[in-house]
Design a protein around this ligand. Sequence first.
Ligand code: UD1
Ligand code: UDP
Length: 359
Amino acid sequence: MKVASVVGARPNFIKMGPVHKSLSSSGIEHLIVHTGQHYDYEMSDIFFNDFELPKPNIYLGVGSGSSCFQIGEIVKRLEEKLTQRQVDLVLVYGDTNSTLAGAICANKCGIKLGHIEAGLRSYDSTMPEENNRILTDHLSDYLFAPTLNAVNNLKKERIRGKVYCTGDLSVEIIDKTKLISKKSEILDILGLKSRSYLLLTMHRAENTGTKDYFIQLLKTFESLVDNTIVFPIHPRTKKMFKTFGLLDRLLKCSNVKMLLPVGYIDFIALLQNALKVVTDSGGIQKEAYLLKIPCITMRKNTEWVETIKGQWNVLTGVDSKKIVDAVRRPSPNSKYSKSVFGSGRTSQVINELISSIIQ
Ligand code: UD1
Ligand code: UDP
């Protein structure tokens, strides 16, 4: 049996980590196809190192560009590779352009398709990822849904493929990484003490296209002058600070420690020692919840609805006043249920399902 994972962006590599280990250890031939959507060392190779993944079997080298360019080029370049290698099943992860492109190509080549992290919905069609998820789910033969909410979302859409509730890969990823992260030196290198800083990330297309949102972010930094803010900056966000002529103002915020994006082990070390995290990431909302770190999400909605119960995750949009209020609010002490994301056996469950589906 030959399975190919099509991955291309930071969160895709992270989710593939335990799946690769599980499939390979049970004798399934697992090909890694890297589309090249992310290519900087800090956005790509660092995750292959942190998760001890082998080099990709196939590198498509697509790079940056519009969504149409990325999706079109990936589909075009992938077709030949998938058919040449006689792949039985294509796996795609999450909601990136690489995910959708992998799904379209598998479907058009007549290869069975499995979607890991199926069924998530923010019900916000202005998010490119929401459209990627819906289209990928409707092309999939096998839908590996992380939560019961995700299963219900798929049922409401009368999905064609077979739906399985597998739990979320983050549980096992976090359980393992939080131990490894104890050896990370990132806090010492940055001169940080545990619970003495806020961690911040922002990169969503809908948040980085508007100058006003960058001004809101700068106002937030300026209002929180007594808080150290650790900001591993995504290349898209850095580029847009420059485009809007606001990089100098950012560099003047002496409470902000701006870093290149960091690897996963260092990121989890930073997250589990933070006072709170401020983010617009999908994955980080869930990781913060699993680590019981209060999260402030600079979005108006979330697909990870489980995290907003009990105020562990608060939605503020990119509104300086709301973010600052949320930072200053006492941390929640309310009901919390990690089990909504499953028992931490998701890669094994997916492996068993794949083995039984494809004989
Ligand atoms: C993509 C995903 C998003 C995911 C994010 C993870 C889509 C539609 N979006 O967004 O869901 O949350 O990855 O980080 O697929 N760039 C570099 N170096 C790199 C990669 C990107 O400089 O290695 C810069 C380029 O200027 C590029 C921009 O970042 O144009 C955006 O990259 P892209 O992959 O298109 O989207 P992301 O914002 O990373
Ligand atoms: N992450 C990382 N280093 C960073 C920022 C994020 O390893 O500097 C990890 C983070 O822990 C999470 C994933 O990258 O698992 C999320 O990626 P991102 O926010 O880019 O994408 P999203 O989850 O929003 O699709």
